[in-house]
Write a protein that binds this ligand. Sequence first.
Ligand code: ZN
Length: 270
Amino acid sequence: MPELPEVEVSRQGITPFMLGETVMRVVVRNASLRWPIPSEIQEMVGLTITGIRRRAKYLLLETDWGTAILHLGMSGNLKVLPHGSPAGKHDHVDIELGNGKLLRLNDPRRFGCLLWTREPAEQHPLLVKLGPEPLTEDFNGDYLYQRSRKRKIAVKQFIMDNHVVVGVGNIYANESLFSAGIHPQRAANEVEQGQYQALAADIKKVLARAITQGGTTLKDFTGSDGKPGYFVQELQVYGRAEQPCSGCGALLQEVRMGGRSTVFCPLCQR
Ligand SMILES: [Zn+2]
């Protein structure tokens, strides 16, 4: 599943081809994504792309008239191709631009979406209740500490809640809790302020590293393999159950939390 770093790298990858370009045509081959693509998406035609932003895992293609909200779902990916490139089975949408390129959305499982809004995108029902972006100053240890005082849920579930902070997927939650030395099952309201400061810093670090690595791994959005996979980075705990902890040598343990694999060091994480 594309996570926040993959979506950010997609944003960076498509921006040079789209920014300032006029939309010539929107070809919808299959409107049945997670939500049907609205016919209003055709309002894009003739408009100029003035900005390509990201909020959580949503890409926002901005124009002076409205904003297209694009999500890659479980299996979506974006490619930049020349006009007339033959479409495959799961190539559901092309946005053709004045420069002879098109943005193609491919999504085999069709959990992604493409919507159109003329309101400020942040006010859209999908976006309005989202927590802060992890890589901004609004997200920090004091914020996590304040937000968690009445929360008895496990700290791992707490930081994976999109209302608290967006973009902390399972791998990133595992890795940042290990770096910060916090046991994933600990109640959120029992984690101390200093620990939340370490945790916020480690969440930023692990996400920023994934974006940097993704940017170097994914050199070309215009080739046939523009598919952002999971950016392989050196993982300390995720996928390493029963292997020795890099810090103390104890065997890492695995539990399921909310159905997701959770790996931690029983000695280093308290
Ligand atoms: Zn350890």
